[in-house]
Design a protein around this ligand. Structure first.
Ligand code: NAP
Length: 336
């Protein structure tokens, strides 16, 4: 267990803003996690868990607490019938895990290639892309309940997965230590999303999990900014689901607006609303902008503060509510 003091949160989060954390503990094993919690308790300090910090907005003020950096790695495989179970430590980088599954020719998570973050963070917001959601392959999770100190195995159902949502967002008292995925050796390409059907029409190779992963990474590279160049957390807001009536009234004014019927209404791409309805593509306030190639992505350049990002995001949400009548929710969570 390595303990560092007064660490800039900008160095631990992809939005690259924020004050310093009093302590940062790198947890290389489950024991390190237990020891880090004991360290916090002894000093009566609050704690928070971070993976790669790709979906969080730190505050500008110093954090007088302990950040547990999940860095426990390792991937193990076992087989049962047609299913191969891969168990990965919470600290494994998500795309490394996707590549490992593809190298074993296992299907199920190839459409989720290139998403930043760790395996342990993936269930928290039930990451999804191109018609796949991580919940569809999660078998069980090994979880530490920090209130009781007990380690238990949770089933998929116990996680209450929803659209970019899970029980872990509402209860931060549990730390995900590792995740077991049920993947399949049987080919099951899921190519219904426009970007992938277009790739198929162009004759790109989509015959293996590896090939699909590479196509998805290439598509993402065109739409999302390079994390090594600017501060960003990918999509800042969730795509909203609106009532059929709201969708129809939007469509009457904007005939090209896509809509995808689901159990609760019609899901619409917020990027379309920001770009075509509100004309906000590339909209900038100081050092914060909506990304040109994908307006759902917020970009923070050098000099931006957490306050600037917060103010900017609130202004965007207010415009969507005032001018289009839709209440939007952030995908990015505040830290702490
Ligand atoms: P996109 O593919 O243009 O999709 C925009 C919106 O339309 C999304 O809400 C998407 O639903 C929906 N949609 C598109 N085609 C659909 C279909 N055939 N059936 C049902 N719904 C459909 O969006 P993008 O911004 O370029 O992003 C590409 C993918 O990456 C999307 O799936 C997006 O959700 C995902 N993404 C995920 C995260 C994350 O997990 N944190 C972050 C960024 C982007 P879905 O949202 O259900 O896919």
């Amino acid at each position: 267990m390595t303990v560092r003091e007064h660490v800039p949160l900008a160095s631990l989060t992809t939005l690259r803003v924020g004050g310093t954390a009093r302590f940062v503990i790198e947890c290389l094993s489950e024991n390190d996690v237990v020891d880090a919690l004991a360290f916090s308790t002894e000093r009566m300090l609050p704690w928070r868990v971070l993976g790669e910090g790709s979906n969080v907005l730190a505050r500008d003020e110093p954090y007088e607490g302990v950040i547990l950096l999940m860095r426990n790695e390792g991937i193990e495989a076992s087989t049962e019938g047609d299913h191969v179970f891969l168990t990965a430590g919470a600290g494994v980088s998500w795309d490394t895990f996707v590549r490992e599954a593809a190298a074993r020719e296992l299907w199920g998570i190839e459409n989720l290639a290139g998403i930043p973050g760790t395996v342990g963070a993936a269930p928290v917001q039930n990451i999804g892309a191109y018609g796949a959601e991580v919940k569809d392959t999660i078998h069980t999770l090994r979880v530490l309940d920090t209130r009781t100190g007990e380690i238990s195995v949770l089933t998929n159902e116990a996680c209450e997965f929803g659209y970019r949502d899970s029980a872990f967002k509402r209860d931060s008292g549990r730390i995900i230590l590792s995740v077991t995925f049920a993947l399949s050796e049987t080919p099951a390409p899921s190519l219904s999303y426009k970007d992938l059907t277009s790739a198929a029409e162009r004759g790109e190779d989509l015959s293996t999990p590896h090939a699909i992963g590479e196509v998805v990474r290439a598509i993402r590279a065109l739409k999302f900014p390079d994390l090594s160049c600017v501060g960003t957390a990918g999509s800042f807001f969730k795509n909203p689901t609106v009532s059929v009536e709201t969708y129809e009234s939007l469509k009457a004014r904007n005939p090209a607006i896509p809509g995808f019927l689901n159990e609760t209404g019609v899901k619409i791409p917020l990027a379309f609303v920001l770009d075509k309805v509100l004309g906000l593509r590339g909209y900038t306030q100081g050092a914060v902008s909506l990304y040109d190639a994908q307006p759902l992505v917020l970009v923070a350049r050098n000099g931006a503060t957490a306050h600037d990002i917060d103010t900017f995001a609130n202004a965007i949400a207010a415009r969507v509510q005032d001018e289009v009548g839709i209440v939007i929710e952030r995908e990015v969570q505040k830290l702490p």
